[in-house]
Design a protein around this ligand. Structure first.
Ligand code: IMP
Length: 428
């Protein structure tokens, strides 16, 4: 069974990109299944840092075909920009190694305006979205009035449909007292983007089916994370798609029988961007230390929005939940090196809520916000571990930390990253 699915086990930003990159070495296809340019995947190769928002990171490998699946929502203008940017960095991108699903939905400038308007309307209850139009695009998809990528293949009908969609959104924006989006210039820009993207558009589900039949190995690349899932996250402080295992299958149009591994990627501590509960958040010097100064690209500031991430101790309650929801066969732990030098490390092993001890998070955001973490304290290590490449090169306390996390969520940890560069990886 040739499909490996990579899933963020926390609130996104777990460092999935570098594991996609790792698995891509022995894959034929890397396929992304959900979200849009709200994501930011960073891969460091030597001194070169690639930041991708839409294009699957597999495109960095010469023999890999990158697929953008039907579950995605795609801003056509930003996709064109990203392709141009990557080409400018020397990455080869052609219709032979990048395929875009004709069934994926398009993000229009109206969706971005609506995203901003809705966040303003929410006031103090704002979700803290990335303002990329993600929610409104998925809203139109489920309302069965969205524009799909495949519509760009016929410029005449696409122009009409886009014009209509923008005009309809403008009516609502005007009713709500928000600025309307410009139509003529946006239509012209989208038509130009459509012409550039046409060669990349395919029925990617059938492509994947045929390649799988022929024995291709596929890595399914998740975006965001389990705790931002529209069903399983802390609703309404979630994204509008399913970054979890089910989303991978519907977002690519492949069958469950192809799956061999489901790899959860988790940071060795917790981070979250935007609003919503985060029980182990450390709004103090510990959080600041985990975040880093912002001088390095791996510090905890959003790749897409630049916002400082909220940081805290590892939450094994959430991780255990993510393992349950996704059926992880294994876990990869990232940024273990950031924990070096802490005298003591804490892990939330359970919550207490209204006098009851809980092994799994409660299902409402309100209750999650009131849950009090019950911590276990582990001894830290002082050694610099960034040069470790095998388990024997990790300090005993680091191995104990890894072992305890695995035990607490019932999933073996197979890989640990100890620095931002591609090679800074320990396999266990
Ligand atoms: P949206 O996906 O832009 O609608 O944002 C909804 C929530 O998901 C907000 O809290 C965002 O900060 C969060 N979010 C969306 N994409 C990412 C991501 O790639 N990493 C981390 N958080 C994300």
């Amino acid at each position: 069974m040739p499909v490996t699915i990579l899933i963020g086990a926390q609130w996104g930003d777990e460092g999935k990109g570098r594991f996609v990159d790792w698995f891509a070495k022995s894959a034929d296809i890397v396929a992304r299944y959900s979200g849009g340019d709200n994501a930011g995947h960073t891969v460091a190769v030597g001194d070169t840092v690639y930041k991708m928002h839409l294009v699957p990171s597999g495109v960095l490998h010469a023999n890999v075909v990158a697929v953008m699946g039907n579950g995605m929502v795609i801003n056509a203008l930003n996709l064109v920009k990203e392709i141009d940017h990557l080409r400018g960095m020397g990455v080869t991108i052609t219709p032979d190694n990048l395929l875009v699903s004709s069934r994926a939905h398009l993000i229009t400038p109206a969706h971005i305006a609506q995203d901003k308007a809705r966040e303003q309307q929410r006031g103090a209850g704002a979700i803290g979205t990335t303002l990329r139009g993600i929610g409104p695009a998925y809203f139109d998809k489920t309302a069965r009035k969205g524009l799909r990528v495949g519509e760009m293949l016929n410029l005449t009908t696409f122009e009409d449909a886009l014009r209509r969609a923008l005009a309809e959104a403008n009516e609502q924006l005007a009713r709500d007292g928000f600025e309307q989006v410009e139509i003529e210039e946006n239509v012209a820009r989208y038509l130009e983007a459509a012409q550039q993207l046409q060669p990349f558009i395919r029925d990617t589900s059938i492509y994947l089916h045929e390649r799988l039949q022929a024995g291709a190995r596929v890595v399914s690349e998740g975006a965001q994370g389990t705790l931002l899932d529209i069903d399983h996250g802390s609703y309404p402080f979630v994204t509008s798609s399913s970054p979890t295992v089910g989303g991978s299958l519907t977002g690519l149009g492949i069958g469950v029988t192809h799956i061999e591994r489901v790899l959860g990627v988790a940071k060795a501590f917790s981070t979250r961007v935007g609003g919503g509960p985060m029980p182990t958040e450390q709004n103090n010097a510990i959080g600041d230390r985990l975040r880093g100064s912002g001088e390095n690209f791996w510090d905890e500031f959003g790749t897409t929005t630049g916002r400082p991430r909220r940081c805290g101790w590892l939450d094994a309650v959430m991780l255990r939940y993510a393992a349950a929801i996704n059926g992880f066969t294994e876990l990869a732990l990232t940024k273990l090196d950031v924990l070096s030098g802490f005298e003591e490390l804490k892990i939330a092993v359970a919550y207490e809520l209204d006098g009851v001890r809980m092994a799994y998070p409660p299902s409402t955001a309100e209750a999650q916000a009131r849950a009090v973490p019950i911590y276990e304290t582990l001894a830290g290590w002082t050694e610099n571990i960034s040069n470790a490449r095998q388990a024997s090169e990790l300090p005993e306390n680091a191995l104990k930390y890894i072992g305890r996390v695995a035990e607490l969520c019932g999933v073996p940890i197979r890989m640990v990253s100890v620095g931002p560069e591609r090679s800074q990886l320990v396999t266990l």
